[in-house]
Design a protein around this ligand. Structure first.
Ligand code: 7TS
Length: 415
């Protein structure tokens, strides 16, 4: 059996920062691909805003508003540093990945996509990186093209090469699949897309929280992710874009804060990033995200990745021992800590329900990836997903819960 070594960081110290794990026995929280838990330093930073300097930003001439503005903008700088954006003005705060992708689909899409143009996606996209492009295609007469996946859960590169033509205007690609965990080779895909003059938006909702993503090295045109999947609060997300694209794009939402001057019939717009941040933003949440970035960078993203990979290998070894289990997706070394599976003869929702009674939180359903479910020929899967605070004991509890589910359902079949 694979030997675990948790030397890179102090898992016990990390777990102490998350009060949700102080129950006995502790909750085995394995639904991190949906949303992660929040450590105390993040909650405390948000409390400090509410308790000591709560006020609106970019408009007050008094001390606490200046403090709030400074903290909000510092959070933007932390995001820029995390993803190595050249300038913090290229970081737009949104509500989540979904809003970031919709911003690009409406603003960039409405001025750059027309009839006959093609948008290349994959069959493993989350609905957030599919429905906005369907809406854009319906508005403009553009066509969606899909890269299929192999039986191993990897992208079919030969087909991708054929799909990319001079008609391709955009490639919208998930960095890591939220169902299969597949790590897509986006560097090659970006290079191939640029070779036919297409732009690339990377859905990084499942990658930025788990390993170092460098937008300059990737040379991606846009990149989107959510704060709540990386120890941050809900209600805050990020869109990164290349300056020249963001500068040319029309506003997405109109209102306060995004204007330079307003006449009765027309307005001129503020500089980046304000142009895309209409209305009062999620101030406490942005500050919380900044502190979540501090937290995961202090824990060390490289160490988090190693830790998750170790647990993932261990989880595969254990789950593969269970009779009648089908694991979806590639081998551990080609994926992140996401394990989708089904148990023969047991509905995924029943599996998740039984695991819940065993203190194990997993997700069951289509995971907002219905075209992928169709490709896998299933209606749903059970999904366990890992993060920095998960332990070998969590995986063992998952294994034991699944054995229990199997026993229960087998007994039910006999009677
Ligand atoms: N893209 C991917 C790859 C995702 O996994 C998710 C959320 C999104 C986009 C949308 O993020 P949001 O913050 O805008 O909601 N994924 C999941 C999931 O797998 N289970 O719940 C949410």
């Amino acid at each position: 059996m694979h030997k675990l070594e948790f030397r890179p960081f102090d898992i016990e110290a990390i777990r102490k920062d998350f009060p949700i794990f102080t129950t006995d026995p502790p909750l085995a929280f394995l639904d991190n691909a949906a949303s992660t838990q929040t450590p105390r330093p993040v909650v405390e930073a948000m409390d400090a805003y509410y308790d000591t300097y709560r006020s609106n930003i970019h408009r007050g001439i008094y001390r606490i508003s200046e403090e709030a503005t400074e903290q909000y903008e510092r959070a933007r700088e932390k995001v820029a540093q995390l993803i190595n954006a050249p300038r913090s003005r290229q970081v737009i705060f949104t509500r989540n990945t979904t809003e970031s992708i919709n911003l690009v689909a409406y603003s960039w899409g409405s001025t750059n996509i027309g009839e006959g143009d093609e948008i290349v996606l994959t069959t493993m996209e989350h609905h957030s990186n599919l429905v906005p492009w369907q809406l854009l295609a319906q508005r403009t007469g553009a066509t969606l093209r899909f890269v299929e996946i192999t039986d191993e859960g990897l992208l079919d590169f030969t087909q991708l090469r054929d799909l990319l033509t001079e008609k391709t205007k955009l490639v919208a690609i998930g960095h890591v699949s939220n169902v299969l965990g597949t790590i897509n080779p986006i560097q090659s895909i970006i290079d191939m897309a640029h070779a036919v003059d297409a732009k690339v938006i990377v859905d990084a909702a499942q990658s930025v929280p788990h390993f170092q993503v460098d937008v300059q090295q990737l040379d991606c045109d846009f990149l989107a992710f959510s704060g709540h999947k990386m120890c941050g609060p809900t209600g805050i997300g990020v869109l990164y874009g290349k300056s020249e694209l963001l500068e040319e794009m029309p506003p997405f939402l109109g209102g306060g804060s995004m204007i330079r001057s307003v006449e009765r019939d027309v307005s001129s717009y503020a500089e980046l990033p304000a142009k895309f941040e209409a209305g009062t933003p999620s101030i406490a949440e942005a500050i919380g995200l900044g502190h979540a970035i501090d937290y995961i960078t202090q824990a060390n993203l490289a160490a988090i990745h190693v830790h998750e990979q170790e647990l993932l290998k261990y989880a595969h070894q254990r789950l593969e021992q269970i009779e009648g289990i089908t694991l979806y997706g590639p081998a551990p070394h080609q994926k992140m800590g996401v394990i989708s599976f089904n148990m023969e003869g047991i509905h995924p929702h029943d599996v998740a329900g039984i695991l819940d009674t065993h203190g194990v939180a997993v997700r069951a359903g289509h995971h907002c990836a219905q075209p992928l479910m169709k490709r896998l020929d299933v209606i749903a899967t059970v999904r366990a997903s890992l993060y920095l605070y998960n332990t070998i004991e969590d995986v063992d509890r998952l294994y034991e819960g699944l054995c229990r589910a199997q026993k229960l359902m087998t007994r039910r079949k006999i009677t």
